[in-house]
Ligand binder design. Structure first.
Ligand code: KG4
Ligand code: ZN
Length: 338
């Protein structure tokens, strides 16, 4: 069957880190979004790149088959293959890139390369209402913390970013100190709901619209080490309040800096993206900030916050409309600027 030109079907692949994901996106709207999260890294306390890329190899075919089946779309109904080119772990990116190239070549359809951080932002167009341009996006993930001024589907201006650790790393590394395992972000979120932010940590004073989280992480580490010297059971006794306090300072840093960005740009539409935007306290604080600053707030559904291929397909669709296709010589990029 020849593809129906009135609807554009894009198969998208995401393999930048430890999630193997495939989606079918029709006219910019996801029909399926299959994510296989590699649990194997939990035992190592962090992602082991070599293990991640091997696991992508095992999972990519079944994940793609499931995405097509759930969308009820066949290979011959696809118009393009979109894939994550970077940033991410090179070994992981190579699996998705090679798979996408091979499939695009065999189906004789265009290949579209997507920047993972742009895709986190464009995830907002997976559902309606779409944000209006220009909007200001706080992108918070395991590897990035950025404030981005978005003036069009494919026009992004980075106006602030972390100088050291990302917000997700601040959650994960603090959680490691508490013995919570990897990734600790979702666990801190859950445990914090039963506690209160009774322990205070200093907010770093960083110039411009940039962030820093390494000082906070060190302050948390030293505080806990001191307390453990006095009482070895300090963490067990105070886990709920510790999680609430850690979450409180990370959210406070993000919200206070983002408020400055709204003031400086006078933009009236705000959005949040990336894995850490799944955090319940950050979502609530972001909604409150929108009310305080009289802005329209956009917060994606949970499945579009953490790594997923639907966002790659949405970004791919807007590149497809502008015929921004990739050559088959293209290589993945571990570092890929916005
Ligand atoms: O965007 P993402 O899935 O992958 C990257 O591109 O990095 O983000 C993963 C990060 C991890 O650091 C994880 O701990 C954090 O997002 N995360 C959370 C929550 N869910 C995921 N952090 C805090 N609260 C959550 N509920
Ligand atoms: Zn991500």
């Amino acid at each position: 069957m020849h593809p129906d030109e009135s609807s554009i079907n894009i198969l998208s692949i995401e393999s930048s880190c430890d999630d193997t994901s495939a989606a079918v996106v029709q006219n910019g709207t996801p029909l399926s979004n299959i994510v296989f999260s590699q649990k194997i890294h939990e035992q190592y306390g962090g992602i082991v790149p070599e293990v991640a890329s091997r696991d992508h190899l095992v999972k990519i075919v079944p994940v793609v088959e499931k995405a097509l089946a759930e969308a009820a779309v066949d290979f011959d109904q696809l118009h393009a293959i979109a894939f994550t080119r970077g940033p991410g772990l090179l070994g992981s990116l190579i699996v998705g890139t090679s798979f996408a190239k091979g499939l695009a070549l065999s189906l004789d359809i265009p290949l579209i390369e997507v920047n993972h951080m742009q895709a986190h932002i464009l995830a907002h167009f997976a559902e309606k209402p779409h944000p209006e341009f220009p909007f200001l996006c706080l992108t918070v993930s395991g590897g990035h913390t950025q404030i981005v001024l978005v003036s069009d589907y494919l026009a992004f201006e980075l106006i602030g970013q972390t100088l050291d650790d990302a917000a997700g790393e601040a959650f994960d590394k603090s959680g490691k100190i508490l013995g919570l395992g990897y990734p600790a972000g979702p666990k801190i979120d859950k445990i914090a709901q039963k506690g209160h932010a009774v322990f205070t940590f200093p907010e770093p004073q960083i110039a411009h619209l940039d962030f820093s989280f390494s000082g906070v992480k060190t302050a948390i580490l030293y505080f806990i080490q001191d307390q453990i010297k006095k009482d070895p059971t300090f963490i067990q006794k105070n886990l709920e309040n510790l999680c609430a306090s850690i979450q409180h300072i990370i959210v406070k840093i993000l919200i206070n800096k983002f408020r400055k960005a709204i003031q400086q740009t006078s933009v009236k539409h705000i959005a949040i993206a990336g894995g850490v935007s799944a955090n319940s306290s950050l979502r609530a604080a972001f909604t409150d900030l929108g009310k305080e600053m009289n802005c329209t707030v956009h917060i994606p559904k949970f499945e579009y916050c953490t790594d997923n291929a639907a966002m790659i397909g949405v970004a791919g669709y807007y590149k497809y409309l502008r015929k921004q296709f990739a050559s088959h010589n293209i290589k993945p990029l571990a570092r890929y600027a916005l």
